[in-house]
Design a protein around this ligand. Structure first.
Ligand SMILES: NC(=O)c1ccc[n+]([C@@H]2O[C@H](COP(=O)([O-])OP(=O)(O)OC[C@H]3O[C@@H](n4cnc5c(N)ncnc54)[C@H](OP(=O)(O)O)[C@@H]3O)[C@@H](O)[C@H]2O)c1
Length: 333
């Protein structure tokens, strides 16, 4: 089978110039493998980190790109029993910006017939991350999060509401705050001076036990200032900066825990059965309405344009690649 795939060829160019769309011949399937015709794959911030050399993972170049996606099983190798051609599967890793991927059948996530393939393509990274970031927070407790209008931020809001956890949402612009308020969020503040005080006011003085930081840089210190003594700051993104800036004396004398979070590390710590249960639970929530907004869909052939658009401020949702090659939908520039 001939198939097109996006390769990372340089980490010193801009993302749009760092890639090349190449045609490969796929090898025959080994036992236990499936070939999946990719339907959609999102452009995630982690993809952009990888393309610009800011990710800790530095692959040997040229390297396949795309950390998640979804598609339809096209062919099964010997011994594959639980999947059949035509099944929709989420692809939790592995070079998904491609027309096809070949994976072990045990690594793909089977989804029920009728599941939205666009939502399926965004199931493996952000919903899992949102669930991981809220793990251990008790019902009734308050957390605060920055980049709250991101896909992860909105999923955190949805999951928290279902668990009785309260969230103060922090965004970087008044326009983003208005959008969240229009969605029914009541505790929304814009990042900036006096953030800690404003977050505590939004929580009506309740202690903020956990703060979720996707931004890094000096935003970490502003978010941190909202935390109650002995609270936990979880750093899970570096949207603004490669450093986390924190006031040392406050970390020390207020007994704050600072830790990182990585979705792939979390998944590596789960048994296959536990990961399956988590995906099934999240897929049911997504099917029930915990969906991620899509801003624009670009055909795989326009991957460079998709990357330029994904880097823009103020998108209304995710940028997806249509790997099956349909025309792009959404407003013209
Ligand atoms: N650690 C993990 O395992 C893991 C897993 C998944 C995601 N993440 C992280 O989670 C974060 C959100 O990912 P996503 O896929 O949900 O993003 P997304 O939907 O693609 O949206 C990106 C969001 O980030 C906001 N943003 C960008 N730069 C910012 C800055 N300098 N300051 C404040 N906000 C900024 C944008 O706000 P505007 O609307 O204002 O432009 C937008 O809401 C990223 O940092 C990502 O790397 C981490």
């Amino acid at each position: 089978v001939q198939s097109k795939r996006v390769y990372l060829i340089s980490t010193t160019a801009s993302p749009a110039q760092a890639i090349d769309l190449r045609e490969d011949r796929l090898p025959p399937l080994d036992p236990g493998e499936v070939r999946v015709r990719v339907a959609y794959a999102p452009v995630n911030p982690a993809d952009l980190l990888l393309l610009t050399g800011r990710h800790l993972y530095r692959p040997t170049l040229p390297a396949p790109v795309g950390i998640e996606g979804a598609g339809y099983v096209e062919a099964c190798g010997a011994g594959v029993e639980l999947l059949a051609p035509g099944a929709l599967v989420a692809l939790p890793f592995g070079g998904t910006w491609a027309q096809h991927v070949v994976m072990k059948a045990s690594d793909v996530v089977p989804l029920p017939a009728g599941f939205d393939p666009q939502q399926a393509s965004m199931l493996s990274v952000n919903p899992v991350t949102a669930a991981g970031l809220l793990e251990g927070v008790s019902p009734g407790a308050w957390v605060a999060q920055n980049a709250a209008n991101s896909a992860v931020g909105r999923l955190i809001g949805g999951l928290a509401a279902g668990r009785g956890v309260h969230v103060v949402d922090i965004v970087r612009s008044e326009a983003a705050a208005e959008t969240l308020r229009a969605d029914g969020k009541t505790a929304v503040v814009v990042d900036g001076d006096g953030l800690g005080e404003r977050v505590r006011a939004a929580a009506q003085g309740a202690p903020i036990v956990r703060a979720l930081d996707a931004v890094a840089g000096t935003a970490s210190a502003r978010l941190f200032s909202a935390l109650a003594d002995e609270g936990t700051l979880i750093c899970y993104g570096l949207l603004s900066d490669d450093r986390v800036v924190l006031p040392a004396a406050e970390v020390v004398f207020r007994g704050i825990t600072v830790r990182g979070f990585s979705r792939s590390r979390m998944l590596r710590g789960l048994s296959q059965a536990a990961a399956r249960r988590l995906y099934a639970e999240l897929a049911a929530l997504v099917a029930g309405g915990l969906t991620t907004v899509v801003d624009r869909v670009f055909p795989l052939s326009q991957v460079s344009e998709a990357l330029v658009h994904a880097a823009r401020e103020g998108r209304s949702g995710k940028v997806l690649l249509d790997c099956a090659g349909a025309q792009h939908i959404g407003p013209d520039e």
